[in-house]
Design a protein around this ligand. Structure first.
Ligand SMILES: [Zn+2]
Length: 612
């Protein structure tokens, strides 16, 4: 690639700073890394020696001792693995970090095998034995995790059956997921890029569904689907096997009550089935608003219907508008001011992240794409990773990741067992931070092009969460119900998928995406099913918290307390204690949906102003 000297100087002023990882380790082959690995080995050896004691007449003291050792082992392993993956994000060719990752895999495998007996003990022991186990002050903080896991103890098979199931799953359900990953990594899409006929991988073609050129997006979408259609028999075999495996496991686990295929995913998300039902009823009620938003997005592109290739379309480019670029320092000012409006300490937190060199925002040739927030278990300090290039969406991404970092910061003094939360609550602080900054940017936007950029993101989110996510859920649920009788053919899967699109997008839709069951990776993740509704929950829940911001007394204190409890309460308990709402009651959700209507109105008014 040619490097333009002016562009280089320009990027120097716009891009973000590099992060500092040296506070953790000097290098992936530093003596301190070896020392931590040795310490892990010693801890795991001790656990291995203790494990036999779990079958003793009184296993409680042994279980408590194993738990304490496991906390230290996990902390060290997490620290090392975060360090290695942070290094690889910045330079994917970092050989020393690659080497460390390889070594850690064996440690992690050994650790999870050695800790399985403790997990079975806490799941299967009688209530009074578990109560005694939890009496130790260092173990007591795990009581939420233990009791949540025990809710499904009536599904547990015999130890031999569980071991057999988990060893067979490697070449069973997980092999189908691997097959899909290999297919999606190797199949080629033929398409016109500009005037040139090209053959590109699926990931590259998917990148072309995010460009402003409407015709190019559509061509990329059709090329992707043509490629998947050639492999539809393999995909159908995989998706039928994955669902069939899970349904069979549910049947085997139904000894004392009928286990439903939605039991595991809702339990994992720490929400009740009743909450999921309410959530989908509310999404159905929000459908007209979201369909209106989708129609407006199509109108902005001068067409009648929203196409499946428009899901990740950027705002249309306006005539005569020039690219606006927000330097990193200015972005931090915007975010710190918006966060600081909730409470000064939140603004100070943002500035501290930068001052401590905990944010990686440089532009580099070997950086991995994407953005994330992670944290070091030993020092309990967060890190934010992204490639900052100055666009409005970069500012919003930065605000999102700093939200995750704030969430971790607020929880940093809690026991490690209370710091992890389900996917449904995981996006609370990030979506909140995003909404804060989007509103601040909208207020500060001076040109219609800037306003369009920001409102577009918001409207895309509404359409994505309220129409696309339920489309995925509805297909998957209908598929599992039918799959219980027999495997489905590719044409049946296409029809079922098209029906789900029509149900949710209604009149706003140009045409459905019949191949969405094949081209969407989420249906092939072998470790987790229904990887869809937690997104809808997270979006509506955090927008609900955001809507409380201007109405509730002492909002900040309550917000902080809510975040702190995300790792030790179910979503229902959290909403009850901090928002005084019942999640199985539509009222809370409908208030949130109604708070979004003015945003769709504002979007329509802007399109009118722009004569789009
Ligand atoms: Zn996030």
């Amino acid at each position: 690639m040619m490097v333009d000297a002016n562009h280089e100087i320009f990027m120097q002023n716009v891009q973000g700073p590099a992060w500092d990882l040296s506070s953790e380790y000097a290098a992936p082959d530093a003596p301190t890394v070896e020392a931590d690995l040795d310490a892990v080995t010693a801890l795991l050896d001790e656990i291995e020696a203790l494990n036999v004691g779990l079958t003793a007449a009184d296993p409680v003291p042994t279980a408590q001792a194993i738990y304490k050792l496991s906390v230290s082992a996990r902390e060290l392993l997490a620290n090392l693995s975060t360090y290695a993956s942070c290094r690889l994000s910045v330079d994917s060719r970092d050989d020393a970090a690659q080497h460390l990752v390889g070594r850690l895999t064996n440690f992690e495998k050994r650790s999870s095998e050695l800790l399985e007996p403790l997990a079975q003990f806490t799941d299967l022991a009688t209530d009074d034995v578990v109560d005694r186990y939890l009496e130790d002050p260092e173990v007591a903080p795990t009581s939420f995790l233990v009791s949540h896991s025990r809710k499904r103890r009536d599904e547990i098979l015999s130890l031999n059956e569980e071991n057999l199931l988990s060893s067979l799953s490697q070449d069973g359900i997980h092999a189908w997921g691997t097959l899909y990953d290999q297919l999606s990594g190797t199949i080629q899409c033929e398409l016109l890029v500009g005037n040139e006929l090209k053959s590109v991988g699926v990931a590259e073609a998917a990148g072309l569904t995010m460009v402003p050129d409407d015709a190019q997006r559509e061509r990329a979408f059709r090329a992707i689907n043509a490629a998947w259609t050639e492999h539809e028999e393999a995909c159908a075999a995989a998706v039928n096997a994955i669902a069939g495996w899970r349904l069979e496991v549910c049947r085997k686990r139904s000894g004392s009550r009928d286990v439903h295929f939605l039991d595991a995913p809702t339990h994992m998300s720490r929400i009740e089935r009743g909450t999921l039902d309410t959530l989908l009823e509310v999404a159905a009620k929000a459908r007209p608003l979201a369909q209106r938003a989708a129609s407006l997005q199509a109108r902005a592109y001068g067409k009648a219907g929203f196409g499946p290739w428009d899901q990740r379309a950027p705002a249309p480019t306006l005539d005569g508008s020039s690219d606006i670029s927000i330097p990193f320092d200015e972005a931090i000012d915007i975010i710190a001011n918006a966060y600081g409006d909730v409470d000064p300490s939140m603004g100070e937190f943002v500035r501290m992240m930068v001052a401590n060199e905990w944010v990686e925002g440089t532009v580099g040739p070997n950086k991995r794409p994407g953005a994330y927030c992670t944290g070091f278990a030993k020092s309990r300090t967060p890190r934010v990773y992204m490639t900052y290039q100055g666009g409005a969406s970069d500012v919003i991404t930065l605000a999102h990741e700093l939200g995750h970092a704030y969430h971790a910061w607020v929880m940093r003094d809690l026991p490690i067992s209370q710091q992890s939360y389900g996917m449904s609550l995981g996006e609370t602080a990030s979506t909140f931070g995003e909404a804060l900054v989007r509103d601040a940017m909208l207020k500060r936007a001076t040109t219609p092009a800037e306003q369009l950029d920001i409102l577009w993101e918001e409207i895309s989110a509404l359409v994505g969460f309220v129409l696309n996510i339920p489309t995925r859920f509805e297909f998957e649920r209908n598929f599992y119900e039918k799959r219980a009788e027999r495997p489905l053919r590719p044409d049946e899967l296409r029809e079922m998928m098209s029906d789900a699109w029509r149900t949710w997008y209604g009149e706003s839709l140009a045409e459905p995406d019949p191949m969405f069951w094949a081209n969407k990776l989420h249906f092939y993740i072998s470790g987790i099913s229904f990887y869809n509704f937690p997104y809808l929950f997270g979006y509506l829940f955090s927008m609900g918290v955001y809507a409380e911001r201007n109405t509730a007394d002492s909002f900040f204190e309550r917000y902080q307390a809510l975040l702190r409890d995300t790792g030790r309460m179910t979503a229902e308990e959290l909403a009850r204690s901090h928002l005084a709402v019942e999640l199985t009651d539509e009222a809370f959700w409908l208030r949130t949906v109604n708070s979004m209507a003015p945003r769709v109105d504002a979007f329509e008014a802007l399109l009118d102003d722009l004569a789009l």
